[in-house]
Design a binder for this molecule. Structure first.
Ligand code: 3PG
Length: 423
C-alpha cells in the first residue's frame, strides 16, 4: 500500500484476469490514424509489461478523444499496433467494449496474453458530458454497462490512468466498488512526484494555461488562483481569446464565430468573473498572431478586430511571458498557447517551452498536446518533470482528492473489512 492505495505488489497476479484502465489518449492524425506522440503509451508500458510477465490475462481499457473538447472519438486500434511494437509482442484488439464478442475474447484469454478493447468512450455512459450532467455516485457507476458486463469476468482492477484521474466515469471509478483494486506503476510514480512538488513550490509559482479543453482551463484557473497556489497565470490560445471577449474586446468575426460554433460562448461570463476576482494574477496577451497564405502575421490588441482566425500569441506577449518564466521559482504548463502543429503559429508555444527548459526554475509540463509540443521542440530533457496528466495534474496540485484516488482509497479501506484480501 502507498498513499492508502493498494499497489500491484499487494496482489497475486498469475493466472488472474486483470482489467487495467490506462490513459493512452494521444494527439492523433484523424485521416491516417497515426499517433502523433507516444509519451502516454510509453508511460504505461512498465505496468503492462509487469502484469503480463507475472502471468495476468490482461485486458486494457482506454479512451481516445478528439481534437476539440469532447468531439470525434476515435478507435484504439492504432494504439494496439503501437503497443505491440513497443512491447515487441502481440497485443490483441477487438472493436467492441462490452458486447458478447468482447466478453468472449476476454474469457478465452491465456496467461500473459494482452487484449486492448475499443475506445471505452464509445459507450455513452463514459462520456464526460454524461459525467457532468448526471453526476452518478461510484456505487451507481458500478451498475453501468461497462462495469456490470466486464467486472464479472475479472479478478482484479488496476488503474494506471493518472491522466484521467480527475474524471468520474465508470471505467475509472466504478470497478473499485466491485473488484479488488490497485494503482499501476505510472499512477504510483505521478502521485509520488506531484505530492513532493506540492509540498513547497518555489515562488513565484506561475501557471501557463492554454489548450482546447476550455471548461478544464477555467476551472483550474479559478482553483489555483482561489487557493493561492498560482502567483500568475499566463494565458494563451482560446482561453485568452475568451478572456479578451469577456473584457469587451472585438477580436474579430472568425475567432468569435469559432468560439460560438464550438459552444464555448458560455465561458465568456465565467472568464469575466475570474478576471474581476483576480485582476493582478491573470496575464493576457498584448498582441496576437494568425496565419495568412501560409505565413505568420501579427497584430497588437489595439489593431483588433482581426478578419482571420487568431492562432498564437504575438512576439511582444511571448517576450513578456518569457521574462515572467525566467523570474519564476516554479512553472506549471498545461496547454499550448497556439496552434503549435503549424509552423506559422507555433512561435509562442515554442518560445515559452524553451524558456521553461532553459531557465533555472522548476518546470512541470503536463497533458497530451503540451507533451507533444515539448517533443516537437526537443525540450523534454530541460523540463524538470513531464506528467502524462494535464487536467489531472493541475487538479491534483490544487489539493483536491481526485475521484479515482478516492475510489482506489475506498476500495483499499473496504478490502480490510469485507474480507477481500490482498491475495
Ligand atoms: C487528457 O487528455 O487530459 C486525459 O486523457 C483525459 O481526457 P479527457 O480530458 O478527454 O477526459
Amino acid at each position: 500500500m502507498r498513499f492508502g492505495i493498494h499497489t500491484i505488489d499487494d496482489f497475486e497476479i498469475a493466472g488472474k484476469t486483470v482489467l487495467c484502465r490506462v490513459d493512452i489518449n494521444q494527439p492523433i492524425d484523424r485521416k491516417t490514424g497515426s499517433l502523433k506522440d507516444l509519451t502516454r503509451i510509453r508511460g504505461c508500458l512498465p505496468t503492462i509489461r509487469e502484469l503480463s510477465e507475472k502471468g495476468a490475462k490482461l485486458v486494457l481499457l482506454a479512451h481516445q478523444g478528439g481534437d476539440l473538447e469532447y468531439k470525434n472519438y476515435y478507435t484504439t486500434l492504432p494504439h494496439a499496433k503501437v503497443l505491440g511494437g513497443l512491447l515487441g509482442r502481440d497485443v490483441g484488439f477487438i472493436d467492441d467494449v462490452t458486447g458478447p464478442s468482447a466478453r468472449e475474447r476476454i474469457r478465452s484469454l491465456r496467461k500473459e496474453e494482452i487484449l486492448l478493447l475499443d475506445n471505452v468512450r464509445f459507450v455513452s455512459e463514459e462520456m464526460t458530458l454524461f459525467e457532468t450532467k448526471l453526476n452518478l455516485t461510484p456505487e451507481e457507476q458500478s451498475r453501468t454497462q461497462v462495469v456490470a458486463k466486464l467486472a464479472p469476468l475479472a479478478d482484479l482492477y488496476v488503474c494506471d490512468a493518472f491522466a484521467a484521474a480527475h474524471r468520474s466515469q465508470p471505467s475509472l471509478v466504478g470497478f473499485q466498488e466491485v473488484l479488488p483494486s490497485a494503482m499501476g506503476r505510472l499512477f504510483e510514480e505521478e502521485f509520488c512526484v506531484l505530492s513532493e512538488l506540492m509540498e513547497d513550490p518555489a515562488r513565484p509559482c506561475v501557471f501557463i494555461l492554454g489548450g482546447a479543453k476550455i471548461q478544464d482551463a477555467f476551472m483550474m484557473m479559478s482553483t489555483v488562483c482561489g487557493k493561492g497556489i498560482a502567483d500568475k497565470v499566463l494565458t494563451g490560445g482560446l482561453v485568452a481569446h475568451i478572456m479578451l471577449l469577456a473584457k469587451g474586446l472585438d477580436i474579430g468575426k472568425a475567432s468569435a464565430d469559432f468560439i460560438r460554433s464550438s459552444n464555448l460562448a458560455e465561458f465568456i461570463p465565467v472568464a469575466g468573473g475570474i478576471l474581476e476576482k483576480f485582476p493582478d494574477r491573470i496575464v493576457l496577451p498584448s498582441d496576437l498572431a494568425f496565419e495568412e497564405e501560409g505565413g505568420r502575421k501579427e497584430l497588437a490588441l489595439k489593431q483588433l478586430p482581426c478578419d482571420a482566425l487568431l492562432a498564437d500569441i504575438g512576439h511582444e506577449t511571448a517576450a513578456e511571458y518569457v521574462r515572467i518564466i525566467r523570474e519564476s521559482g516554479t512553472v506549471f504548463a498545461n496547454g499550448p498557447v497556439g496552434i503549435f502543429e503549424k509552423e506559422a503559429t507555433g512561435y509562442g508555444t515554442r518560445a515559452l517551452w524553451e524558456a521553461m527548459a532553459s531557465s533555472g526554475c522548476r518546470s512541470v509540463l503536463g497533458g497530451g498536446d503540451s507533451i507533444a509540443a515539448a517533443n516537437r521542440y526537443g525540450v523534454e530533457k530541460g523540463i524538470s518533470y513531464i506528467c502524462t496528466g494535464g487536467g489531472a495534474m493541475v487538479r491534483f496540485l490544487s489539493g483536491e482528492e481526485l475521484p479515482v484516488v478516492k475510489a482506489l482509497r475506498n476500495a483499499a479501506k473496504r478490502s480490510g473489512h469485507t474480507g477481500w484480501k490482498s491475495q
